[in-house]
Design a protein around this ligand. Structure first.
Ligand SMILES: *[C@@H]1O[C@H](CO)[C@@H](O)[C@H](O)[C@H]1NC(C)=O
Length: 285
């Protein structure tokens, strides 16, 4: 078969591939390999964040403790360290200037850590697990545009010690400076909360979209267990149905919900109020 005849077949295959990869499961994390070839790169329009931004994510540090495994780079031709974030509190570059917070933070290995950095009005802040750990002025200018985001290593210095090799989850970029209270809420909500979704369009680069970006080398999706948590959360909502809500929960009702509801046995005899249901949800985290 000549190549030009094969063309449509190949096109169909490419098309099918595209169709099948568009359904990202937002509860998956990305595990990065340990070489310069293992990365995710994309070129977002940074115009909406040129004067204020917040970048938040959950990550697991999996490189040696002293290494600044760098999970986020925003590289532009004028400033190769426009934004650089590492997993050991060393690199927190914003507008090409660093804020090293190692004196106040020790990042544990193989543990989910929540991170946020915010910037507006020439001031940048860094939060670890909901706590503000550093504040510093930046150059007084706007963010340079036209660069690319690279997840997996420091694209500026390209140093082997800065290869991330860890796991990244729910990296979101917001167009506004989140307040300390908002950052704390996001951390308190926990790994599986949907807190970030409440920001609507202010959440400009979304994790579920990053999962659709092309991956280079060894970057694989790994399960966070959040799908199961989400499934359970949705199931608690059954209790808001008229048959159960604001009624004293009986053994008969428990029987109706039996399969996955043994845990409710303890609550037979309790009035199924909003407070009680919310209590279930919290303790299912
Ligand atoms: C349960 O609590 C709700 C709200 O306080 C109340 O309106 C309802 O009457 C209570 N139901 C029972 C059976 O006690």
């Amino acid at each position: 078969m000549s190549l030009w005849k094969l063309g449509p077949t190949l096109l169909t295959l490419v098309f099918l591939q595209a169709v099948y990869t568009t359904a990202a499961n937002r509860n998956m994390a990305l595990k990065f390999g340990k070489t310069f070839d293992d990365f995710v790169q994309f070129t977002p329009d940074m115009h909406p964040v040129k004067d204020s931004v917040s970048i938040c994510a959950w990550f697991k540090k999996q490189s040696p403790a002293d290494r600044p495994g760098t999970w986020f780079t925003y590289w532009t031709s004028s400033y190769i360290y426009e934004i650089v974030i590492s997993d050991n509190a060393h690199n927190n570059y914003m507008l090409h200037g660093n804020l090293d917070v190692r004196s106040s933070v020790t990042v544990p290995q193989n543990t989910w850590t929540h991170y946020c950095t915010t910037w507006s009005s020439n001031t940048r802040k860094v939060y670890y697990n909901g706590v503000l750990v550093g504040t510093k002025n930046t150059q007084s200018r706007s963010m340079t545009l036209g660069g690319f985001v690279l997840l997996g290593h420091d694209k500026g210095s390209v140093n082997e010690h800065e290869i991330f090799g860890g796991t990244l989850f729910k990296l979101n970029v917001f167009t506004k400076e989140l307040s300390g209270g908002e950052v704390k809420e996001m951390w308190k909500g926990g790994l599986c909360s949907r807190q970030e979704a409440e920001y609507g369009r202010l959440r400009y680069i979304k994790w579920e979209d990053i999962l659709l970006e092309p991956r280079n080398g060894d970057v694989t999706e790994v399960d966070t267990g959040c799908s199961a948590v989400e499934w359970k959360m949705q199931h608690w909502n059954v209790l808001y149905k008229e048959a159960y809500f604001n009624k004293v929960f009986t053994a008969g009702m428990l029987e109706e919900l039996r399969s996955s509801w043994d845990v409710l046995e303890y609550f037979v005899g309790t009035n199924m109020t909003d407070g009680v249901i919310r209590h279930f949800k919290i303790f299912q985290h």
